[in-house]
Design a protein. Structure first.
Ligand SMILES: Cc1cc2nc3c(=O)[nH]c(=O)nc-3n(C[C@H](O)[C@H](O)[C@H](O)COP(=O)(O)OP(=O)(O)OC[C@H]3O[C@@H](n4cnc5c(N)ncnc54)[C@H](O)[C@@H]3O)c2cc1C
Ligand code: SF4
Ligand code: SF4
Ligand code: SF4
Lengths: 368, 255, 279, 419
């Protein structure tokens, strides 16, 4: 596949080209945090460093010479491909039922710095929403037209553990184009024909062996900087063997059940669909109602998530936390053949109580 | 469909929640055509008579005569819904519950003996059975409309009992607690306001009361780690929903 | 193909009240095209939709060969209450059929034992009627048994159909309790009590079980005690369901999607999960 | 001969109050019984951090929370010596316009309006509906202004000492312009509608107070001025006022104590009478066209004053949005320090007086809050007495109705008065 280099000062040209056809999503600083938004090349917060720890995040202007000098923020592709709240259809019930689906008015999306961990999550999303018994038409249409630029990582944060999950810091497949930031330029490697088309027409530099060596060395350096790891080889057995471990109850004491982890985890996909209506949708004739059927992100931490007639299947916080972690680290593999955790560390950073999934996993190993 | 009779009642409060009914401007015409507004002092001159299919009750119970009145409202009402933090949790005025009421009277009134009031301001549910509580200081108009619509259609209102953080993350607001160590009550506060404060870059101060199963102890631990004293932590909870937050924190009214 | 995330219209043909809180609804899919392509197997369910209220998963209680597509629903909450206010001619939304049904293909040459508790009879009625209606199937089993337990005689669903079932099945009924004036002549006690009455040939038995979770657990225990192989015990589980097609996460039972991998499970597949509390 | 009658529970006013009237030997005594339950704000504010005060005092009133936030943050800034940038001042004024619009249109169209048409409520009569709808459309815009600036119209969340937590950019604000401009035209027309309403004669010698200028119609700044005397800086005004308690009311009353205790009027009529020269020419012209004579002599004509102020608030909102440039930061930086201050702003119902004493830690040591309705209660009773005196002979049900109307013309906010 096509490989070429792009001078750093030409990054804007890539944006210009993409913007003609796509909404270009990339990193931007908002409120002291790197978030994902439609951006221009100059919005990239180059030179910023993010310092992450369990329950903590700080962005500072640092010394790193790279443009992509920071790691991941809270947001991921899922906000865009499977939005937090969307209309499934509008309904009207009178003598019969009429259903109107919203028009697909959205521009195709280009993700400009999807990281390897998130790319793995995207692969999982594809399995869930495209390869299951029923395909999600909304996701399908957006995903089909989107362009994925994976950015191989140079600077992990202290909560990253992608090597443990086999998802990073380098992406090997599943992208349209892979970017690696070298000292003087970007190395662009097309992964699909779609990717090649995008590269065509950009001012291209030859790629030689030394570039490939530099890429290797940089990624290797990144790998060395990663501090956290889990023994993924022990999964899912470790979880299955320890469903009644006393640790679950201990975590429940700290667990806020705020749901931040599930909302930000790039693989969490739980959602709820409901009929939204206001008074204006109700007519005086009791059988006439109109409204919108909405789908929103939900979470296994919501107390009523597993509620049925006669009770709640997971009434305790302990059970809900266990459900979450088991789903991430054990069930997803069984359900979709891919790990449910990609090692991005978001759930660790953005947990206000600082609960660290890797530490909790370690604790499950200790004697009961 | 028979138009259900609705009554709007006020106890100790700021009137903001009943004003929210009038603030549903776009839906007000539907409201008055779908419901028979049979009692709503703030909006109309109607005698109190008959029975109500649904009553919206604003305000906390803080005087002796209110104790009797809320029982009367309950007896007249099929489906009693409280609106707002005062009715659900006693309101800001429940701060008196942790102080001496006689001191309070003296501080405000030249002749404190002329003032009749109870030592505590309490939620409606401490006095009568409540069918549904709509939280918020003030309630959110969309939730109000959802609740009224659900009543008409005989279904449970689609109003979440989970945390504000859920809404906050859906909205894509960067977390203030994690990124700025600001004492945000989001993790223990019920969703519903539409993430007003974090969107304004200020920490949530808990208008919508404790979410179901709020883990107050753990959040305060996080605040202490961020450098807040225990006293400051208590003051953070001691706002419009002080009574409910303290109860959620310890399972009882007092720490 | 019809998009399975969008409900289609189904008209209520008739409603039959079964018990105090349960009724059977015969539905007719309005679109010819969808109706033509609509195939299900017993044990599968549909999502029934009352716009403005919501959706509920409901098993199909008729056989594929039945003329009418039936659902037997008990009032439990919003949607089921709204359904109970409807009348023949009204239109609701429907999606389906979803899930894995009962494995008929495995029953050949075996003794088929159906164990139902309460409303759990609904998806199993589909099986019973299917056997009743397809002559070929009727000869396929060496023995057919139907054990059914209800709370009181008044709660027995499809009571008037049991005489017909008896033509092909050995039917044993039990109730938790019966008032004297009801002149109940069957058993009283739990369904599991019936296992002693039937002298199962355990190695030749294949069991389909559906009912409240506790009832299923004790039934399975009894069956295993009597030597019925775990691979031949099938259960239909109930969980909260939102999408019905494996995209929402509400129905997880451990790693299983009840909507997609079930609702009918082979006991040996879920044995490890059954005993875990709050899974 | 003694006649006694009462109104148990006033409707179409905020909060809970009734009236008792006694006519004994040709002399009338009317009392406004306020039985709203006290909440003890001044007590529980003690010991709280100054940063809680704006959010707490907002809860005194759901109809005019912005007023409480404005009086309290200005008081704090005065204590801490904080200078606020001009764009922030303007945004605060805009926020206040939102509240005036909301509160005035609620009062004009939903609360008092029905009185002139003999309806029980704004929607009980088909004939009144167009007016109700017009009122709602104005009110909605007021709410929208407050929502953009404060997140929500009731108890907005963006206000703090020093400025705002977050401020909107010009584009967001400008989005409102077309609707506000249209509404302004309509409110201007509505002034003549208000002027055409029938009023009882009610000319007597009364005193009214409001903030005055210096060069703009008063909201957050000004001196206290009176139709009877000289102007006074707001910091000194409390020296002239006394709050006292009456047995039949949980609301304190306020009166001027210097030179013989006497009640006074605050609110739109007072404001207009003392500041009409500061109105923009277009509004002045409209006033002239409708034959409204200023200063007003009839205290019951509040609905006209409110209609004029409603138009003004829209006019002002347009001006502020058009000239707005987003400042670099939403709020000034400062350190709290010990001190005390009085601040008065013009709530929709009149002067709202806040007095705070803060300690070195930034905690409230003492505070006093005097809402406009507490100040008006005494005047209202005097006004009712005056009316009774003249109409004593009428049947009780007529008097009852008329008394209620008079009270409504004050737009009293009982919840505020008892806090
Ligand atoms: C595969 C499958 C097959 C089924 N087949 C049948 C069948 O054939 N016949 C049949 O009758 N049923 C069947 N069910 C059960 C049926 O789906 C439920 O009874 C139905 O979903 C209830 O829906 P509802 O909207 O009426 O109740 P809901 O309103 O959803 O309420 C259900 C229960 O949950 C409680 N609840 C829900 N949400 C909340 C909340 N937020 N707060 C508090 N409590 C809450 C309610 O109080 C109530 O007890 C089946 C279920 C499954 C999964
Ligand atoms: S479980 Fe945590 S670390 Fe793993 S993918 Fe999700 S957010 Fe990232
Ligand atoms: S800002 Fe507050 S509400 Fe939002 S995620 Fe953080 S803690 Fe939760
Ligand atoms: S974020 Fe919290 S404090 Fe702010 S409005 Fe919402 S509930 Fe109230």
């Amino acid at each position: 596949m096509l490989k070429q280099k792009l001078k750093k000062e030409h990054l804007g040209l890539l944006f210009d080209k993409l913007k003609v056809t796509h909404g270009v999503l990339g990193p931007k600083v908002e409120n002291g945090v790197v978030t994902l938004a439609e951006i221009d090349a100059h919005d990239i917060p180059s030179g910023y460093e993010d310092h992450q720890q369990p329950g903590g995040y700080r962005l500072i202007k640092g010394e790193r010479p790279e443009i992509f000098s920071f790691s991941i923020g809270p947001d991921s592709f899922k906000r865009f491909l499977q939005p937090p709240l969307r209309e499934v259809f509008a309904f009207r019930r009178a003598a019969g039922i009429s259903i109107t689906r919203p028009g697909a008015e959205q521009r195709p999306l280009a993700f400009i710095d999807m990281r390897p961990c998130d790319l793995s999550a995207l692969k999982l999303y594809d399995r869930i929403f495209l390869r299951g018994p029923v395909r999600d038409p909304y996701y399908d249409s957006l995903r089909r037209d989107s362009l994925v630029f994976v950015l191989n990582c140079l600077y992990p944060n202290d909560n990253c553990f992608c090597p443990s999950m086999g998802t990073g810091p380098e992406a090997t497949d599943g992208f349209d184009v892979a970017l690696t930031e070298l000292s003087d330029s970007f190395l662009l490697e097309a992964g699909t024909a779609k990717g090649e088309t995008v590269l065509a027409g950009l001012p291209a530099g030859e790629v030689d062996d030394s570039d490939m060596r530099e890429k290797g060395a940089r990624i290797e350096l990144c790998r060395k900087r990663i501090k956290k790891f889990i023994r993924a080889g022990e999964l899912p057995g470790l979880i299955y063997r320890n469903v009644e471990h006393p640790r679950w109850a201990e975590i429940a004491e700290r667990d806020l059940e705020c749901g931040n982890c599930t909302q930000l985890c790039p693989t969490c996909f739980c959602n709820s669909t409901y009929d939204a209506l206001g008074l204006s949708g109700i007519s005086k004739k009791s059988y006439q109602v109109s409204g919108r059927r909405m789908r929103k992100w939900d979470s296994c931490f919501s107390k009523n998530f597993a509620r049925v007639h006669g009770g709640n299947f997971r009434p305790s916080r302990r059970a809900r936390y266990r459900q979450w972690m088991s789903h991430k680290l054990a069930y997803t593999m069984e359900q979709f053949g891919l790990p449910g955790c990609v090692g991005c560390g978001r759930c660790i950073t953005w947990c206000p109580a600082g609960i660290d999934i890797t530490k909790e996993l370690e604790a499950l190993k200790s004697a009961r | 469909m028979k138009r259900p009779w609705i009554g709007v009642f006020k106890f100790t409060s700021c009137d903001g929640c009943q004003l929210s009914v009038l603030n549903m401007e776009d839906e007000l015409p539907d409201f008055v055509s779908l419901f028979q507004v049979a009692y709503f002092r703030e909006a109309g001159d109607m005698p109190l008579r008959g029975r109500f299919d649904i009553a919206l009750v604003e305000g906390s119970v803080s005087t002796g005569w209110q104790k009797a009145q809320i029982i009367e409202v309950r007896e007249r009402t099929r489906h009693l819904v409280t609106i707002g933090a005062c009715a659900a949790a006693g309101g800001l005025q429940a701060l008196r519950n942790w102080a001496d009421i006689e001191d309070y009277k003296r501080l405000v009134y030249p002749s404190p003996d002329m003032i009749e009031t109870l030592p505590c301001s309490t939620p409606v549910s401490d006095h009568v059975y409540v069918d549904y509580e709509l939280w918020g200081c003030p309630v959110n108009c969309d939730e109000l409309s959802e609740m009224l619509g659900s009543f008409l259609l005989d279904r449970k209102p689609g109003i979440p009992a989970y945390s504000l953080c859920m809404e906050c993350k859906r909205k894509g607001v960067p977390c203030l607690l994690v990124a700025k160590s600001e004492p945000c009550l989001g993790p223990v506060t019920r969703a519903g306001c539409g993430v007003l404060c974090p969107s304004m870059e200020r920490p949530c101060y808990g208008c919508f009361g404790p979410k179901e199963g709020a883990n107050i102890g753990s959040l305060l631990e996080a605040f202490r780690n961020a450098g807040f004293s225990s006293h400051e932590c208590v003051l953070l909870l001691d706002k419009m929903n002080t009574y409910a937050f303290r109860e959620a924190g310890t399972g009882e009214g007092r720490f | 193909m019809h998009d399975k995330s969008i409900p289609f219209e189904a008209a209520i043909k008739w409603i039959k009240k079964e018990t105090r809180d349960t009724a059977t609804y015969a539905l007719k899919v309005k679109s010819r095209d969808i109706q033509k392509g609509y195939r299900f197997i017993p044990g599968q369910f549909n999502m029934l939709y009352v716009p403005g209220i919501g959706e509920a998963p409901v098993s199909i209680s008729s056989a594929p060969s039945d003329q009418d597509l039936m659902h037997t629903v008990r009032v439990a909450g919003d949607v089921t209450t709204a359904l109970s206010h409807l009348k023949a001619g009204d239109v609701i939304g429907m999606r389906g059929p979803f899930g894995r049904g009962w494995p008929f293909e495995e029953t050949g040459g075996l003794d088929i034992l159906i164990v139902a508790g309460g409303l759990g009879i609904a998806p199993l009625r589909s099986v019973v009627r299917h056997i009743l209606r397809t002559k070929k199937m009727a000869g396929a089993h060496s023995r057919r048994m139907l054990f059914y337990g209800a709370k009181t005689p008044k709660d027995i669903i499809f009571r008037n159909e049991f005489p017909r079932y008896r033509e092909v099945f050995e039917v044993l009924l039990t109730v938790d309790r019966a008032d004297p004036e009801e002149r109940w002549r069957g058993e009283t006690g739990l369904v599991t009590k019936l296992f002693d009455r039937a002298a199962l040939d355990s190695l030749r038995t294949i069991a389909f079980v559906c009912g409240p979770e506790v009832m299923m657990q004790t039934s399975v225990r009894e069956l295993i005690l009597r030597g019925v192989p775990e691979e031949r015990i099938f259960l239909s589980l109930e969980r909260n369901m939102n999408c019905g097609v494996g995209l929402c996460g509400h129905c997880f039972f451990g790693p299983k999607f009840v909507c997609r991998d079930g609702p009918v499970f082979r006991f040996s597949e879920i044995e490890g999960l059954m005993g875990i509390k709050e899974l | 001969m003694k006649r006694v009658f009462s109104i148990g529970y006033l409707s179409r006013v905020e909060g809970e109050a009734g009236i008792t009237a006694e006519i004994l030997d040709g002399k009338a005594v009317v009392r406004a019984r306020v039985f709203e339950a006290p909440r003890f704000f001044e007590a529980f504010l003690r010991g709280r951090h100054f940063s809680d005060v704006a959010d707490f005092t907002a809860r005194i009133c759901g109809i005019c929370p912005v007023a409480y936030q404005m009086s309290s943050v200005h008081a704090m800034e005065s204590i801490f010596g904080v200078e606020v940038e001009e764009p922030i001042r303007q945004l605060r004024r805009l926020l206040y316009c939102g509240e005036w619009i909301e509160s005035h249109s609620l009062h004009i169209y939903m609360l008092q309006g029905p009185d002139f048409y003999g309806c029980e409520s704004a929607w009980s009569d088909r004939q009144y509906l167009p007016l109700a709808r017009r009122g709602l459309s104005f009110k909605k815009l007021g709410n929208q202004i407050m929502t953009i600036l404060g997140g929500r119209p009731i108890h907005p969340v963006s206000v703090k000492a020093g400025g705002f937590f977050k401020i909107p950019d010009k584009k967001t604000l400008s989005g409102l312009l077309p609707d506000i401009e249209r509404a302004y035209e309509q409110t201007l027309e509505a002034v003549s509608w208000a002027a055409s309403l029938p009023f009882n004669d009610n000319d007597w010698d009364w005193e009214c107070l409001s903030l005055r200028g210096p060069n703009e119609y008063p909201m957050n700044y000004g001196n206290v001025s009176s139709n009877k005397g000289a102007e006074k800086p707001m910091a000194d005004f409390l020296e002239d006022v006394r709050e006292y308690q009456v047995a039949y009311s949980t609301a304190l009353h306020a009166e001027i104590k210097t030179e013989g205790p006497r009640p006074y009027l605050v609110g739109p009529v007072a404001r207009l009478n003392l500041n009409h020269d500061l109105l923009p020419p277009e509004i002045k012209a409209a006033i002239r066209q409708c034959g409204i004579r200023l200063p007003m002599t009839n205290t019951h004509m509040g609905i006209i004053a409110r209609s004029i102020e409603l138009a003004y608030a829209f006019h002002e909102a347009v001006r502020i949005i058009k000239t707005y440039e987003m400042p670099g930061r939403p709020s000034a930086c400062f350190e709290p320090r010990a001190g005390q201050a009085v601040w008065i702003t013009e709530a929709p119902r009149g002067m709202l007086i806040h007095h705070y004493e803060i300690d070195g830690e930034g905690l409230v040591k003492r505070c006093a809050i005097i809402p406009p309705t507490s100040q008006n209660l005494g005047h209202m009773e005097k006004d009712l007495n005056h009316f009774m005196q003249m109409h004593m002979g009428e049947p009780a049900n007529v008097l009852r109705k008329e008394c209620e109307k008079i009270i409504r013309s004050y737009d009293p906010c009982i919840s505020c008065s008892v806090h």
